[in-house]
Write a protein that binds this ligand. Structure first.
Ligand SMILES: Cc1ncc(C[n+]2csc(CCOP(=O)(O)OP(=O)(O)O)c2C)c(N)n1
Length: 514
C-alpha cells in the first residue's frame, strides 16, 4: 500500500493545500474527484491517510476550511518537484507524522508517577530521529500549516510544544475516540499545556487549603486513633481538590444533584471534607458509637461503609450531594449510583441529562479487576440506562492490598477497560495538584458537552499499609523506601507556591492553622 513516500512526491509545497482539499472532497464524495486521485487516495495506508486528515483540519488550530468550490477552475497539473521543494515537503509530512504520534502515544512518556520508581522507557515513535530529524535538523523552519497553532515552526519548537502538551503531568488517551468533535475538543484543551497557567494566586491558595484539609484530617486520625482501620488517603490527598473541582464545575454547568459512589480508600476524608459530615458524628463512630443509631438499622455496619448527604451552594447554585453507603464488595455500588441518577433524571423529565450526575470512584486494582466496572460502563450509553455520562475518578495508589499492577492486570493502564466505550482517559500525577484540578475541570466540562463517561486516573501512592494494621515494607520494600523519603503532597505544593511567590510562608501557616 502506498504510504507517505508517495505523498512526499505528490505533495510538493505548492500542491500541499490543493491535495489536502481534494482529499477532503474525496472523503465526502468519492466520485467528485478525478479517478486517478480517487484511486491514489483509496490505496493510501492509514499513516498516509492520517497525515492528509491532519492537513485538512483535524487540528484544533483555526484555519480557513474553504475547499475548492465548483466555480474554481481546475488546478493546472503540478510541475515535477525540485530537490528543495521535495525536501521541504518531506520535512512537513514527517513533522506532521511526529505530531500525530505524540497525540496518540505521548502519554507513554508523561511524568505521571510521584514515586518515579520506573525509569521511563524509550519509545522510538516519539523520537524525532525516527522521522529523519537529527540534532542538526532542529532549527530550520518547517511548514506545518497551522497545526499546533504554528504556520511554520522548527523541530525544536514542535518538540517543546508536543512534549509539554502530552508528556507532562497529564497523559491523555483520546485518539481511540471515533467522534472527530470529541477528539478535537480534547486536543484544543490540552495542546499548549494550559494547566501550567490555569490558576491565579487566589485559586492556588484555595487548592492548597483543600489539600491541607485532606492532609490534616488524615494526620489527626493517624495520631489520635493509632492502628484503627480507616483506609487512609495519605499519598492520594489530591483526591479532595479533584472532587471539589468536579463538583464546582458541574454546579457551574447547572447540575443540581450529584451522587457519589466510592470504595473504602479515603471515604472518611470524603465524608468530612466533601459531603460535610460533622466531625463530631464521625469521631463518635471511631469510639464505636453510631452517630445516628436509627440509620444503622441493625446492620452494625463499619464507618468506612456509611453514606450521608447534604445540600451545598456553589456560586449561587444549590447542589444536593450524596455519598451512597456500600458493602465491602468492591464496585458493587457502581450500578446503584448510576441507577439513582437515572431515576432522578426521569423523575424531573430531564432528557438533556444535565441536572444530575454520578461521580464513581475506584481503586486501581478494583477498576482493572472487577467485571462490574465493564458492565456498568457498557450500559452507560444504552437508551434505557444512560445518565449523560459519569465521572470516574480512579485513586490509583499503584497497589491493591499487596498486589502490584504487574500482577493485577494485563494491559498498560488499570483504566484500559474504559476505552471499550471510547471514554477519554486523563492520567494525572497526584503530586501536581494544579494538573489534578485542571483534569477535574476538563473531565467535567467534557461530560457536560458530550454526555459520555470520562475517566480521571489520579496516579498517587499509599503512604501506609492497606488498613493501618499491616506493614507494607514487608512485601514492597523498594516502594516503601521511596515513599518514606517523599514529603507529603501538601508539603511539596506549599513549597512550590512559596518558591514561585504565589503564597507567603505566613499564608501557608495560616491555612495550616485554620
Ligand atoms: C469484590 C471484592 N473482592 C475483594 C475484596 C477484598 N479487598 C478489599 S480491598 C482490596 C484491594 C483493593 O485495591 P484497590 O482497588 O487498588 O484499592 P486500594 O485499597 O489500593 O485503594 C481487596 C482485594 C473486596 N472487598 N471485594
Amino acid at each position: 500500500m502506498p504510504g507517505f513516500d508517495v505523498l512526499a512526491t505528490a505533495m510538493n509545497g505548492a500542491n500541499a493545500q490543493f491535495i489536502a482539499q481534494l482529499y477532503a472532497k474525496w472523503i465526502s464524495a468519492p466520485d467528485s474527484v478525478d479517478p486517478d486521485f480517487a484511486s491514489l487516495f483509496s490505496a493510501l495506508n492509514d499513516e498516509a491517510k492520517s497525515v492528509l486528515t491532519d492537513a485538512i483540519g483535524a487540528s484544533w488550530a483555526p484555519r480557513p476550511l474553504e475547499f475548492e468550490s465548483e466555480a474554481t477552475p481546475a488546478a493546472k497539473p503540478a510541475k515535477p518537484p525540485t530537490a528543495d521543494t521535495r525536501a521541504a515537503t518531506l520535512d512537513s509530512i514527517r513533522a506532521l507524522m511526529l505530531i500525530r504520534v505524540y497525540r496518540v502515544r505521548g502519554h507513554l512518556e508523561a511524568q505521571l508517577d510521584p514515586l518515579g520508581l520506573k525509569s521511563p522507557r524509550y519509545y522510538s515513535e516519539l523520537d524525532p530521529k525516527t522521522y529523519g530529524f537529527g540534532d542538526e535538523d532542529m532549527d530550520r523552519p518547517i511548514f506545518i500549516d497551522g497545526v499546533l497553532g504554528f504556520e511554520t515552526a522548527t523541530m525544536r519548537e514542535i518538540l517543546a510544544t508536543v512534549r509539554a502538551s502530552y508528556c507532562g503531568p497529564i497523559g491523555v488517551e483520546f485518539m481511540h475516540i471515533q467522534d472527530p468533535a470529541q477528539k478535537s475538543w480534547i486536543q484544543r484543551r490540552i495542546e499548549g499545556a494550559p494547566w501550567a497557567k490555569a490558576f491565579n494566586k487566589d485559586e492556588k491558595a484555595k487548592i492548597l487549603s483543600q489539600l491541607t484539609e485532606a492532609d490534616s484530617f488524615e494526620t489527626f486520625c493517624q495520631r489520635r486513633y493509632v492502628g484503627t482501620k480507616r483506609f487512609g488517603l495519605e499519598g492520594g490527598e489530591s483526591t479532595i481538590p479533584a472532587l471539589h473541582g468536579i463538583i464546582e464545575t458541574a454546579a457551574n454547568h447547572g447540575v443540581k444533584e450529584i451522587a457519589i459512589g466510592m470504595p473504602h480508600r479515603g471515604r472518611l476524608n470524603t465524608l468530612v471534607n466533601i459531603v460535610q459530615k460533622p466531625l463530631t458524628a464521625l469521631f463518635s463512630e471511631f469510639g464505636g458509637e453510631s452517630a445516628k443509631p436509627n440509620d444503622v438499622q441493625g446492620s452494625g455496619d463499619v464507618k468506612y461503609h456509611l453514606g450521608t448527604s447534604t445540600d451545598i451552594t456553589i456560586n449561587g447554585n444549590q447542589v444536593h450531594l450524596s455519598l451512597q453507603p456500600n458493602p465491602s464488595h468492591l464496585e458493587a455500588v457502581d450500578p446503584v449510583v448510576v441507577g439513582k441518577i437515572r431515576a432522578r433524571l426521569d423523575m424531573v423529565g430531564d432528557k438533556s441529562r444535565k441536572s444530575a450526575m454520578a461521580i464513581v470512584m475506584h481503586g486501581d486494582a478494583a477498576f482493572a479487576g472487577q467485571g462490574l466496572v465493564y458492565e456498568t460502563l457498557a450500559m452507560s450509553q444504552l437508551i434505557g440506562y444512560r445518565t449523560g455520562g459519569s465521572i470516574h475518578l480512579v485513586v490509583n495508589n499503584q497497589i491493591g492490598f499487596t498486589t502490584v499492577p504487574a500482577h493485577a492486570f494485563s494491559g498498560l493502564y488499570c483504566t484500559d477497560v474504559a476505552k471499550a466505550v471510547q471514554s477519554p482517559i486523563l492520567h494525572v500525577n497526584g503530586d501536581d495538584p494544579e494538573a489534578v484540578v485542571f483534569a477535574a475541570h476538563l473531565a467535567t466540562e467534557f461530560r457536560m458537552e458530550f454526555a459520555v463517561d470520562v475517566v480521571i486516573d489520579l496516579v498517587c501512592y499509599r503512604r501506609h499499609g492497606h488498613n493501618e494494621n499491616d506493614e507494607p515494607a514487608f512485601t514492597q520494600p523498594v516502594m516503601y523506601k521511596a515513599i518514606k523519603a517523599l514529603p507529603t503532597t501538601q508539603a511539596l505544593y506549599a513549597k512550590r507556591l512559596i518558591a514561585e511567590g504565589s503564597v507567603t510562608e505566613a499564608q501557608v501557616k495560616d491555612i495550616t492553622d485554620t
